[in-house]
Design a protein around this ligand. Sequence first.
Ligand SMILES: *Cc1c(COP(=O)(O)O)cnc(C)c1O
Length: 453
Amino acid sequence: MKLPYERPTLRKLTVGPLSKVGPRASARPVAELEGVPVPELLARFGSPLFVLSERQLRRSYQAVARAFSTRYPQVQLAWSYKTNYLNAVCRVFHQEGAWAEVVSGMELEKALRNGVPGPQILFNGPGKSRADLLRAAEIDAVVHLDNFDELHLLLGVTAGRPQRPRVAIRVNLDAGLYPQWDRFGFNLENGQAWQALGQVAAAAGRLELVGLHCHLGTFIMQPAAYGVAATKLAALALRCQHELRLPVRYLDLGGGFPSANTLKGSFLPGPDAVPDLDEYAAAVSEALLGAGFRPEALPLLVLEAGRALVDEAGYLLGTVLATKRLPDGRRATVLDFGVNLLFTSYWYDHHISPVGNFSEQTEPTVLYGPLCMNIDVVRESIVLPLLAAGDQVVVHRVGAYNLSQWQQFITLRPNVVLLDLQGQAHVIREAETLEYVQQLERVPGHLSTEHNG
Ligand SMILES: *Cc1c(COP(=O)(O)O)cnc(C)c1O
């Protein structure tokens, strides 16, 4: 086989201390996903293309469930809809046994249509409307209260109705993390959470307290923080039982567990930097088991893991459109997907693999997307073999947040396929068309004549 010609380059070597972790393992081509050749997927469904692996979705779910349920007797996962609310993805998790964690009226309806019974829907978020609260009460979802106005609104909208809404109090607390997420729910340390519980107790004929909730943040790398949060929530639950005679059936520790992605600025690559899920599970269960509950009255432990369940299962496949040399000598590669589809490239240094074989020669490269916008940078600097127009690439761990936060901007969003357990590809969201994008637009009559030159 004749190797392609590659022009020689001069590279400046910087003298400095040796890296503690040694040289990065060189890139390996990724020619197939679950045994299905990438070029075949791109030929069939177009480029770019999102691919989700059902096998990995189930594997990640079972890993989280196992880590906690081998350490604590009663565990329930609630799938965080906003992390990826494609119905096929939600249904995989519901089949595995997940409840739904939703943060808007729209997500609540989605969960109902995915067959989740109302009582298994946990309704979080600071933006619940009067109509949302009424709907939640009708279907007997649990309203995770965020603020006093919401508590009073809920009492108002259900006054004179037969329902006795089930509620949990969302608590924010100091778990040793900085910056502390203190904008959601009631603060523990300043007594606000206790005050809210007092109001719920006073309205006990009209509300039923079922849980306490705390979601510390996202991509949290300190398992110990979950131990602190669990200890504080458990103490609050016990105080509730003793002083207000309100039993608390579940403690919800939220989500926030990291995936194996590499955060920008991280010294180590994600897979080496991120603590094992077992450490989080151990911290939480030790705290709960040691909190002083009677063994037969241990609360249910609810977890709302999002990212940790879905990130690993998602891939974005794409194609090189062009390469160029920047005035400062850097190599630049233009891809057919950008930050419109890969929202998480603002936070992650995504792992990106070439699909085809390549030579040993590499060069730091900036990866641009196709948008005519200066911010459209997929990777500021990545060491890659010399890709050429038409070469294909795979971006790894893109299942979380991209498919809900992507933007219809400048261009149309592509197909999303699910590879089932047999490796069959199913379109789970079709590529957009101009008709779809314009469906909601209206042109006023005086603008409707075609063109008057
Ligand atoms: C977003 C969110 C989650 C999921 O967070 P991850 O960091 O993706 O695990 C869970 N609970 C609440 C209340 C959320 O807002």
